[in-house]
Structure formats: structure tokens, C-alpha cells
Write a protein that binds this ligand. Structure first.
Ligand code: ARG
Length: 625
């Protein structure tokens, strides 16, 4: 459906040109003075300069013309030259009626659909998922779903970090713990065991232990009460261990068969666990590719960069200059090979681009990661364009997100100061919701537990997505789970409330049917009385309609700006509009059946729009709460 604001602008364009002014001045925006009007046009002010007239004269002439349109119930020219507009009740009702009759609720499919890669998630295999990964997953999933809703072909790739030092650390830690394993027996030639030498819980413990060991500093030991000698000895063995891990990583990257075999086990065990974690977040990927998949492109791509004269040696490393004159300050070159020849983050990303160009041929790329990776992506994008890995005008966007902080304003930590793991976070939040539900206990424990999961996820994701992605935000569990204010639970509560009214209405209709002797059954009656949405009978009803009518515009904008928070803001305002309407309207007691049918159809549309939006945000609503 055409956006309501475009319809309004259509009316304005006619009026401007009928008065002899250019159509480009006919811009409409949502009113910033809702007490005065619903939409406004500020074009007379800009036109005044072009035509050297008083803005109010232009506005008044346009308003005279606008009065002929069926679209407006009020048009006012206000000093110094604003055009204030209120929409005709029949026009607005007709618009939302059309939405209600459309299975896409008025959302149009892109005329020129694009194939877009969304690179998000970015979990590191065998390392615990932390809250930064939550942000990437939540934001990326939402952007992917927005694109899908608008008819684009969105391809989500988790882009696993599966080729780094963590692998060497795990291998060497495993050697220390289980030296008898065949992977460490150089004489072993035969095939390696099919069964993994660890379970997921062992693996989860192995990596942090190895990482701690490798990083151990003597001062830490002393601080923890060790003697000087003990601490120094431990730090020294940590250093040796770290060296072994680096070596093991190198050997793995060179394809040493026993380490490749361990790596495959790590991958299989971890991936299963990651899938579980992501699915608990309602996040799913089309591709489960990782850094390891593209190593085969790297020698060729480095050679190509050298051949094209882009890569040169600098302090033993191979680098590509990427700085541009227009940069406010000089950007460092992109390192494509370290002096020890080890694989690099940037090189893996370049290899990934080559593979995507070869196998997917996308029209655009969107990457979602911590905003501290901004330089990395600038470097990668510029090298990719300079080297012609992608076409020069390829849209490549990096959406960097801020840090999730605790109430103390510092990065969110566990109670004992460790990095907060995603599972614990999800667990904490559903427990808190569970308690809240049990406080006004009207449901069984089992139902409360199920509901708490659904509501908890909404609280977590909405708490994240409702902030502008690039900003840091404070994780405040009490606020996130509140049923009031701009929160996920409030939105769900609104949906559940509408569901409950619709349920009661259906029950009333069924009762009516039982009383009736004629063939005039309840379903038929419901259908006839709810045939169409009538012009609003109150201000709150009209406000609700106006909010609903913005749906397609909001979705398009939120996607164009890659701004999930705009969708959140919209459903918050829509929920407020519904709740105001609900408070001053006795829907179920309404005696005028046609009017009641119209109200039911309207709130049912509100429910559908809210549900469509939360689905795009990546969570769902419970039956009741
Ligand atoms: N694994 C990385 C991390 O944990 C994020 C990956 C982001 N995506 C990419 N194509 N580099 O920081």
C-alpha cells in the first residue's frame, strides 16, 4: 500500500501546483504539535524564499485549495507559514481498513529486491558466548528479518571465529591432561577416533583454564598469596605453555593431521552447543561458515595484492595502505600477513569476501560487530575495493554496536567480576520474570515457567534493541522486566490484553448464537458486524488508527537506516495508543453491533501489527501472562 504520508503529500502536491508553486515544496511530516494537528507541511516557508513572498500568503493559498480534498478534515495556515493538517476520519478509517484486509498489513515488497549478506553472530568456537555476542545476534537477526519482511533476499552468516589461538590452547591443554591420546603419539598413523575426547562441559572448562594458564602473571600469584618463587615458576610455565599453543595453532593452520582431527571434534561439539544457544535466542543462520572455510583463498589473495602493487613489506609484515585524503586523521595500513606468516583477522575477512563474491554474488554486505572493530572493517572494505574483490560501488556497511554496561557504568560483569556468559544472562532474566509472574500467581508453575521464558527473551532483546545500536546502554534487569514503560513485557502485555478481549468477544458471539433460534449463527453475525472499520468515534480511536497507518513507513525507514530501535519506538507508541483507546472505550459492552464490530476489527489489526513487529524484532508473545 502507498504510505499514508505519501498520500498526504500527493494532496499537497496538487494544491501547491494549482497555486503555481513547485511540487518539491509539498513535504509532509508528522506533527510536532499533536495538540494542534496530526500532520504538517513546512514547505511554504522554503517556497517563500524561492518566490520572494510571505510564507503565510503561500500557506493560505495552498490551504484554500486543500480544503477541496476529501483527505483532510482540517487545514490551517498558521504564522509564520505552517500548514497544519488533520486527516478526515473516513479517509483514515478507509486506510486502516485496507491494511486489515491485506495479508501483508500494507507492507510493500521492494520493487527491486536485493541479495544482502548479513554477517552477524560472530561467535568464537570453544570460547563462551558473552554479552557482546548477544548484541550482534539480536541486532543482526532483526536487520535480516526487516529485509525479509520487505521482500529482500537476506542471507545470514554466523561467520564463526574458528581458526585462532583458542584452538592451539585447547590442543596443548588437552595434551597436558590426556597425553595418552593418539593425537599426541607421533608414531600413530592410522585413523583417529570418531568420538570426541571431551564433552561440551569439559570443553567449556578446558579453554578458560588454558587461557588463564597462558596469561598467568607472577604479580597475580603474589596477590593471591603465593610465594615469590612459586608465582614466578608458574608464570614461566605459563609462558612456555603459551609458546606451545602458538606453535600448535601454526601446525593446525598448516594442516597437521592429528590437530586437524582434534579441531574437527572441537567444531562438532561446539557447533551443536552454539546452535542450541542461538536457537534459545530465536536466532538462526542460513550459513554456518567460519574463518577456517576461507583459508584456502589466502595465499592467492595475498599474491594478487602483491601483483597489483598494493601490498608491500613493512617491518617484516605485508601491508596495504588504505588511508584517503578525506580522512580526518591518517588511518594505519591493513596488515595482510604478519612477520611469522600467521593468519590474520583481516585476511580471513578478505578471503570471506572472495568466497561470497564467487559463490553468492550479493548486492550488498552488512556486518554487525562491536563498534571497536570500526577500523578493522574500514580497512577490509577499502582493501576489497582497491583490489577489485568487489565492485567499486558495492554497498558495504559496518554497523558497530556499543557496550552493554552494568548499573555502575562499566562493562557488564558477573557478581564475582567475571565476564557475563550469555546463558547466565538469559537464565537470570527468566528467573526474575518467573518471580514476577508468581507474585500475582494466577497460573500453574509450569505455565509460569514457560511464560517466563517467552517474556524473558522479549525483555532481554527489547532491552537491547530499543537503544540506538551504536550507543552503550545499561543493563537494568528490573527495568527490562517491568510491565510498564518502554519495555518488552509492556508490549507483550498489550498484545495479551488484546487477545483476551478478542477471546471474550468470540465467547459473547457464541453465547448469542446459543440464544438464537434462526439460522443466523454467531460466526455469521460476527462477520457481518465486523465487516469494516468505521470512522473513529473518539480522539483515542483516531490516534490508534493514525499510529497503525504508519506501519509500512516505519518498517521501511527502520530498515533503510538499519535502526531496530525505531521499530521499538513505534510499537511502544502504538501500544500506548491502544491502551489509551482501551481505557476510554467499553468495547465489550457496546450495544451498537456495527460499531463494536469495527472496534474489534481495529484492535485485531493492532494485534496483528504488533505481532508482525515483534516477530521482526525476533521474539514472540505468550497466550497470556
Ligand atoms: N569473531 C569476532 C569477535 O568475536 C566477530 C566476527 C565479526 N565478523 C567478521 N566478519 N569479522 O569479535
Amino acid at each position: 500500500m502507498e504510505k499514508i504520508v505519501s498520500l498526504i503529500e500527493g494532496g499537497l502536491r496538487e494544491a501547491f501546483s494549482a497555486c503555481g508553486y513547485e511540487e518539491r515544496f509539498a513535504k509532509a511530516v508528522l506533527s510536532n504539535r499533536p495538540d494542534l494537528c496530526e500532520y504538517q507541511c513546512n514547505g511554504a516557508m522554503t517556497a517563500a524564499k524561492a518566490y520572494k513572498k510571505r510564507p503565510i500568503d503561500i500557506a493560505s493559498a495552498v490551504v484554500e485549495k486543500l480544503k477541496e480534498s476529501h483527505m483532510f478534515s482540517m487545514c490551517d495556515a498558521v504564522m509564520p507559514g505552517f500548514i497544519n493538517l488533520k486527516l478526515d476520519g473516513g479517509f483514515v478509517a478507509g486506510y486502516v481498513e485496507q491494511m486489515a484486509a491485506d495479508e501483508r498489513l500494507g507492507l510493500e515488497k521492494a520493487e527491486d529486491p536485493k541479495k544482502i549478506i548479513v554477517d552477524y553472530g560472530g561467535a568464537n568456537v570453544a570460547k563462551p558466548l558473552h554479552v557482546g555476542h548477544l548484541r550482534s545476534a539480536a541486532i543482526g537477526e532483526c536487520i535480516k528479518r526487516m529485509g525479509l519482511a520487505l521482500g529482500h533476499e537476506m542471507i545470514g552468516d554466523v561467520h564463526l571465529g574458528d581458526w585462532g589461538l583458542q584452538m592451539g590452547l585447547i590442543i596443548e591443554e588437552l595434551r597436558d591432561r590426556k597425553p595418552e591420546l593418539p593425537y599426541f603419539d607421533e608414531a600413530h598413523t592410522g585413523p583417529y577416533p570418531e568420538e570426541a575426547p571431551f564433552t561440551i562441559s569439559e570443553l567449556e572448562e578446558i579453554y578458560p583454564a588454558a587461557s588463564r594458564k597462558a596469561k598467568f602473571k607472577a604479580e597475580e600469584g603474589v596477590a593471591a598469596g603465593m610465594s615469590q618463587e612459586e608465582a614466578a615458576a608458574m608464570a614461566e610455565s605459563g609462558r612456555v605453555f603459551a609458546e606451545r599453543a602458538h606453535l600448535a595453532t601454526r601446525k593446525l593452520q598448516e594442516g597437521y593431521p592429528p590437530f586437524m582431527a582434534i579441531w574437527s571434534h572441537i567444531m562438532a561439539v561446539s557447533k551443536k552447543d552454539l546452535e542450541k544457544n542461538y536457537s534459545a535466542l530465536n536466532v538462526s543462520f542460513d550459513l554456518w561458515k567460519g574463518e577456517s572455510d576461507v583459508q584456502k583463498y589466502i595465499p592467492g589473495l595475498i599474491q594478487d595484492l602483491v601483483d597489483k602493487g598494493l601490498a608491500y613489506e613493512s617491518q617484516g609484515a605485508l601491508v596495504v595502505d588504505i588511508s584517503e585524503d578525506s580522512d580526518p586523521k591518517e588511518l594505519p595500513p591493513c596488515i595482510v600477513r604478519k612477520s611469522d606468516g600467521a593468519a590474520l583477522y583481516a585476511t580471513s575477512d578478505l578471503g570471506t569476501i572472495l568466497e561470497r563474491e564467487k559463490e553468492i554474488r550479493p548486492d550488498a554486505y552488512i556486518y554487525i560487530a562491536d563498534k571497536r572493530q570500526d577500523l578493522h572493517f574500514t580497512q577490509v572494505f577499502r582493501v576489497a575495493k582497491k583490489a577489485g574483490f568487489v565492485r567499486q560501488d558495492m554497498p558495504m556497511d559496518f554497523l558497530g554496536f556499543g557496550t552493554m554496561n552494568g548499573k555502575d557504568g562499566k562493562p557488564f560483569k558477573t557478581r564475582d567480576g567475571g565476564v557475563m556468559r550469555l546463558e547466565m544472562l538469559i537464565d537470570d532474566i527468566s528467573k526474575a520474570v518467573y518471580q514476577r509472574i508468581m507474585e500475582n500467581r494466577t497460573v500453574s508453575e509450569e505455565e509460569a515457567r514457560q511464560t517466563a521464558k517467552v517474556v524473558g527473551l522479549a525483555a532481554l532483546k527489547y532491552g537491547d534493541l530499543s537503544n540506538q545500536a551504536a550507543k552503550d546502554y545499561v543493563f537494568d534487569i528490573d527495568r527490562f522486566i517491568s510491565f510498564e514503560g518502554n519495555t518488552g513485557p509492556y508490549i507483550l502485555y498489550t498484545i495479551v490484553r488484546i487477545q483476551s478481549i478478542l477471546g471474550k468477544y468470540a465467547a459473547l458471539c457464541a453465547e448469542g448464537q446459543a440464544d438464537q433460534t434462526s439460522s443466523d449463527d454467531a460466526a455469521g453475525q460476527m462477520e457481518r458486524s465486523a465487516k469494516r472499520i468505521l470512522p473513529a468515534a473518539s480522539d483515542s480511536e483516531k490516534d490508534l488508527m493514525l499510529e497503525l497507518a504508519r506501519y509500512n513507513e516505519v518498517m521501511e525507514n527502520a530498515f533503510a537506516e538499519k535502526a531496530p530501535h525505531k521499530l521499538c519506538q513505534y510499537i511502544y507508541e502504538l501500544s500506548n495508543a491502544f491502551n489509551r483507546f482501551y481505557h476510554d472505550t467499553k468495547i465489550l459492552a457496546e450495544e451498537d453491533k456495527e460499531k463494536q464490530g469495527s472496534q474489534i476489527r481495529l484492535i485485531s489489526l493492532a494485534k496483528d501489527v504488533l505481532n508482525a513487529c515483534i516477530d521482526v524484532l525476533g521474539f514472540g508473545a505468550p497466550e497470556r501472562m
